[in-house]
Design a protein around this ligand. Sequence first.
Ligand SMILES: Nc1ncnc2c1ncn2[C@@H]1O[C@H](COP(=O)(O)OP(=O)(O)OP(=O)(O)O)[C@@H](O)[C@H]1O
Ligand SMILES: [Mg+2]
Length: 258
Amino acid sequence: MPFGRALAPGMLHRPNGSHAEAAARISWCVAERALGVVTGEVGAGKTVAIRAALAGLDTSRHTTIYLGNPAVGGRGLYAGIVTALGGVPRFHKAALIPQTAELLAAEEHERGRTVVLVLDEAHLLGADQLEELRLLTNADMDSHSPFACLLVGQPTLRRRIKLGTFAALDQRIALRYAMTGMSQTETKSYLAHHLGLAGRSDTQFSDDAVALIHQVGRGIPRAVNNLAVQSLVAAFATSKAIVDESSARAAVTEVTTE
Ligand SMILES: Nc1ncnc2c1ncn2[C@@H]1O[C@H](COP(=O)(O)OP(=O)(O)OP(=O)(O)O)[C@@H](O)[C@H]1O
Ligand SMILES: [Mg+2]
């Protein structure tokens, strides 16, 4: 399956400019223990870019906490952090909050490790959760940040944080990065890259097929994946050796009229 989801960090498509730039900025954000916001449309490659950047961190000096589902309620954020740091979350929130702060501080001061907190799907974070996050980031009378934090989500996330009530959080954001779709050249090499992983180095997509897939998928990796798979199926069904424009067009009809 050339366009599957399970990609090891070493199997990623590197020339993807947006992806490479996101990874570089994320690494900087972690080194600075800053607060970063990475946004992008559905399927733009946010989670993949975060995973790649985290995989490149020195595991002896970093503790990564990845929370993929913000729909965990009021205690959830704290409980998730405490559990990831090896603690047993205290029952009452009043006790859980200092426990979280203590564990985060211990990671830094006693073990010399930087905690990297990643909140994926962060556009779903509630107002109270955003506020709690802000409170967690001001430790030691706001002299420094005890951990690096990355908020990852759809474009609405940026707008939400900009709202007046979160101004304090907004001002703490050191990194803002919006992932965009690939250029047509990148889509072309992206397709070739994935086919290469599946063992084919010869041309499988005609140039006009690539152009159509790029245009309809707007260079968004997951959309391109879906169109590419359907194009291959269409070419196979009509006994064609390569995906030409008519196979790609059949795929477009298939994917967009579901
Ligand atoms: N750099 C890359 N190299 C190879 N494949 C990629 C790359 N970036 C994204 N993809 C492909 O695109 C798919 C979608 O990427 P990803 O899951 O990171 O998107 P997302 O922005 O997190 O989407 P969502 O908003 O739905 O969570 C991946 O499953 C993978 O197949
Ligand atoms: Mg994702």
